[in-house]
Design a protein around this ligand. Structure first.
Ligand code: UDP
Ligand code: MG
Length: 310
């Protein structure tokens, strides 16, 4: 019988102090719990500048189950994950971060749950160890995303997750510029389970997400799965038009029957400036959607590989 295979995908951006420890942990798990399996650990170096690639190469020299993709520049965590997905061919695929905040020791529990009959099992961070702003902004993202789109993402989901080959092959086909693995999984369907996992503070290195980067990522994902902002703008526009018709009938009535001409420089200026702002805001939102359409229509590759070591 052919051996089953596990692919582990890890996006890496300036994680030099975490890589050896992470590799040792993963190797231990593979040896202890997945002894009968073939495996590959795919590290995707997302344009690191701190020597992460050299460390990865030295790990590869000792273990040819380790594969490395090096990007030509920084493309972002989820694009790095996509490159790993494109390369992976395991029967089961595990995603996890390089910083070990989601405890890799949970991989065998995730696998155990998957075998209960799921296609995907996502780790849930019950004791999330991130800063105050990160927790708030993340919770806001999940609520907005779930409120505005039909896709329902699990709140507090970890990057640590496992899925089978059907899911892997579906993910290989997702060619959108705005990659978000969690949103794709939620959109796809399949049998999805969750499992509480331990979340830890980042031991080494810093988070790679500034508030601005997180906001941009969140808004891109929401636009990818919802056109509700466009609908709200149209409804608001219609509401204002109806109000202005009613208001103009009132002005004509006052003039004809009571000979009252409404004065009001201040109110006029207030209205004009408010609605000019709303018009520009609406144009901006429409522009963002058109911008996404334009970027996608260019058909550029999602990522550029500088080096590949298999
Ligand atoms: N990462 C990446 N490219 C980026 C940003 C992050 O490959 O542009 C990787 C990073 O090295 C880590 C994972 O994505 O393995 C999660 O990043 P981080 O721990 O900084 O995110 P946080 O846990 O703070 O959300
Ligand atoms: Mg982290």
């Amino acid at each position: 019988m052919n051996q089953e295979k596990i692919s582990i995908i890890i996006p890496v951006y300036n994680e030099k102090d975490n890589l050896n420890e992470l590799y040792n942990k993963l190797k231990k798990i593979m040896n202890e719990f997945f002894a009968g399996f073939e495996y590959e650990i795919i590290f995707v170096d997302d344009g690191s500048k701190d020597g992460s690639f050299e460390i990865l190469k030295s790990i590869h020299d000792t273990d040819n189950n380790v594969k490395i993709i090096k990007f030509s520049k920084n493309f972002g965590q989820h694009i790095a994950i996509k490159a790993g997905i494109d390369m992976a061919d395991g029967d089961y695929t595990v995603l996890t971060d390089a910083d070990m905040q989601d405890d890799p020791a949970s991989i065998n529990d995730l696998y155990g749950k998957l075998k209960e009959g799921y296609d995907v099992v996502i780790g849930i961070r019950e004791n999330r160890q991130d800063g105050f702003f990160k927790k708030i902004s993340s919770s806001l993202f999940f609520k907005t995303m779930n409120g505005l789109s039909k896709v329902k993402m699990q709140e507090n989901q970890a990057m640590l997750r496992i899925f089978n080959k059907k899911v892997l092959n579906t993910l290989k086909n997702m060619q959108e510029l705005s990659q978000n693995n969690g949103a794709f999984l939620a959109w796809m369907g399949f049998e999805q389970g969750t499992l509480p996992i331990r979340h830890q503070k980042r031991a080494k290195g810093k988070t790679k997400y500034t508030l601005l980067k997180s906001l941009r990522f969140a808004s891109e994902t929401i636009m990818n799965f919802s056109n509700k902002p466009l609908i709200y703008i149209s409804v608001f526009g219609m509401f204002i038009s109806v109000c202005s018709i009613i208001f103009s009938i009132f002005i004509i009535y006052q003039k004809l029957f009571h000979d009252v001409g409404l004065i009001g420089w201040a109110s006029t200026v207030t209205f004009i400036s408010f609605f000019s702002g709303m018009i520009l805001f609406s144009l901006g939102v429409v522009g963002l959607y058109i911008g996404k359409l334009y970027q996608q229509s260019l058909g550029r590759p999602l990522y550029i590989i500088k080096d590949k070591i298999e």
